[in-house]
Write a protein that binds this ligand. Structure first.
Ligand code: MG
Length: 308
């Protein structure tokens, strides 16, 4: 693959993730009907991105600064970037507080949910930079995705969900759309994910209600990561995949972010509608991190990865 196309796909994954997050944000927790009426006049991006993108930025910043995974540093980036108004979940908020108080990153996340750790999608939603950075080495990708997940989500199903999402981004980046489900099936260890991934092909003609019943649309990683993969595979454009993912309702910002990351990695940044990019750029006008900064992160990951 020519390098310029790959560079656009790096950008597409991160920018696509942010766009999906911001489009899903205003309808989080809504039903199919409520999402439909909110966007009845068109899919205009009017909201800020949420914790999904803020934490994805932290993952990328840490990989860039450390030239690879460093758990303590990544935890520091999450704490430094944290803004409560970006709607962090209660589990992640608690873990970040303990990390800030000095608890080790391998320990803090185990304290939530009666010591079992979270299997929410909070690690999968931010994992795209790891999918890019380790796209050519699946063993390492899998291991690092589990470790990066562990900082806040230490339940095995939370980590596996993050690894599946990271690998999906990597496969999309490599243009492996057709073989995606086979590759995922060969890697996944946890039964609940194997089962859902094996159903995707058969669900291509399902209506939204059945799809939600079979794959899910809530904040558990196993009820949202397969749904994002389905949303990518069901359509042939960035736009259609992302609006479909959000149209399902439920955990719309995160399912939107994960679908946007996979789709953006496959189609590249040029495939993302210009109006959505323009809206994302407004975050910078307001003094935050927006389109330009996220593009810069993608470019840096690319530069470090390929030594250019
Ligand atoms: Mg969110």
């Amino acid at each position: 693959m020519i390098k310029d196309a790959l560079r656009s796909r790096f950008r597409g994954a991160l920018v696509g993730s942010a766009v999906g997050d911001a489009l899903g944000a205003p309808v989080e927790g809504c039903t199919i009907e409520e999402v439909g009426s909110f966007y009845e006049n068109g899919w205009e991006l009017k909201s800020h991105y949420t914790d999904d993108t803020e934490m994805m930025i932290g993952v990328a910043e840490s990989l860039i600064e450390r030239h690879g995974f460093d758990g303590a540093d990544m935890a520091r980036k999450f704490i430094r970037n944290y803004h409560a108004w970006r709607h962090y979940g209660p589990g992640t908020r608690a873990v970040l507080k303990w990390l800030e108080a000095g608890e080790h990153w391998e320990v803090a996340s185990k304290r939530v949910f009666n010591g079992e750790g979270s299997y929410g999608n909070g690690a999968a939603m931010r994992i795209a930079p790891i999918g890019l950075f380790y796209h050519d080495d699946v063993d390492t990708l899998w291991e690092i995705a589990h470790k990066a997940s562990h900082i806040t989500h230490s339940h095995v199903l939370g980590k596996e969900g993050a690894a599946i999402q990271a690998y999906s981004v990597a496969l999309a980046l490599r243009g492996q759309r057709e073989g995606m489900l086979t590759c995922l099936g060969a890697r996944i260890k946890e039964g609940i994910y194997r089962n859902k991934i094996s159903k995707i092909e058969r669900l291509m003609d399902a209506d939204r209600e059945l799809l939600i019943e079979e794959l899910g649309n809530d904040e558990a990683a196993f009820n949202s990561v397969p749904t994002a993969i389905f949303s990518f595979l069901r359509f042939h454009s960035f736009y259609e995949s992302v609006i479909y993912a959000i149209s399902l309702g439920g955990d719309t910002d995160t399912i939107g972010a994960m679908t946007g990351a996979i789709s953006g990695a496959y189609y590249g940044e040029e495939a993302i509608p210009q109006e959505w990019l323009t809206a994302l750029a407004k975050a910078e006008d307001e003094g935050g991190k927006g389109l330009r900064y996220i593009e810069w992160l993608a470019d840096e990951l690319y530069r470090i990865k390929f030594n250019v």
